[in-house]
Design a protein around this ligand. Structure first.
Ligand code: HEC
Ligand code: HEC
Length: 141
């Protein structure tokens, strides 16, 4: 029997008509993209203990800063998709479509996105990347 999820009561950034199921799927995506569990953003409710003896999470509570940051991040990601990525996709329409921008595009399984270090072979002084680089213009003396 498929599990049913209660309808959300405290959505401030996700579409207000999202069902419990849609919220749940979104949440699984966020947790996976950031490499965290639900309790990174959601507070435990000591008054509501589950069958495993651990407190259940109070999903509509807003006290964790991570939850509030995630709201900003979601709004930012939607803004980037609508106002920036969509324009590039429009200009780039000859190419095969790029994968959609998600939390995972930046986070890649980490709560704090890792710093990108340019690999030596692609950096200044290294050999050209596979596929080659355009030829350098001749030196002017
Ligand atoms: C990165 C932070 C983050 C993680 C991880 C996360 N959530 Fe959330 N969750 C949020 C935010 C932010 C909202 C509120 C969205 C809004 O305001 O529209 C929310 C809302 C919810 C709601 C709706 C609550 C209500 O009644 O309004 C449920 C249920 C929920 N999350 C379940 C989960 C579950 C289950 C997991 C783990 C699989 C999870 N969340 C992981 C940030 C997170
Ligand atoms: C364009 C890149 C980008 C995208 C897309 C993105 N993030 Fe982030 N996120 C960042 C960066 C960079 C930081 C680190 C900010 C800082 O220095 O603390 C961050 C920080 C966070 C934090 C705070 C981490 C902490 O230290 O507590 C949360 C939570 C978070 N992001 C959630 C999300 C969620 C959820 C999504 C998708 C809805 C998302 N992010 C999409 C770049 C991104």
């Amino acid at each position: 029997m498929p599990r049913s999820y209660p309808a959300p009561t405290n959505l401030k950034v996700l579409p207000k008509d999202f069902t419990g199921q849609q919220v749940h799927e979104t949440m699984e995506g966020w947790a996976g993209s950031l490499g965290v569990h639900c309790d990174t953003c959601h507070t435990a409710d000591p008054k509501n203990v589950g069958p495993n003896g651990r407190p259940r999470l109070k999903f509509d509570d807003d006290s964790k800063p991570e939850k509030q940051m995630a709201r900003i991040m979601y709004t930012m990601t939607e803004d980037m998709k609508k106002n920036y990525i969509a324009k590039v996709v429009e200009m780039d329409k000859m190419d095969s479509p790029a994968p959609p921008l998600t939390c995972g595009t930046c986070h890649r399984g980490h709560l704090d996105p890792e710093e990108f270090v340019i690999p030596k072979e692609n950096g200044p002084g290294g050999p050209p990347p596979p596929g080659g680089m355009p030829p350098m213009p001749p030196m002017q003396h």
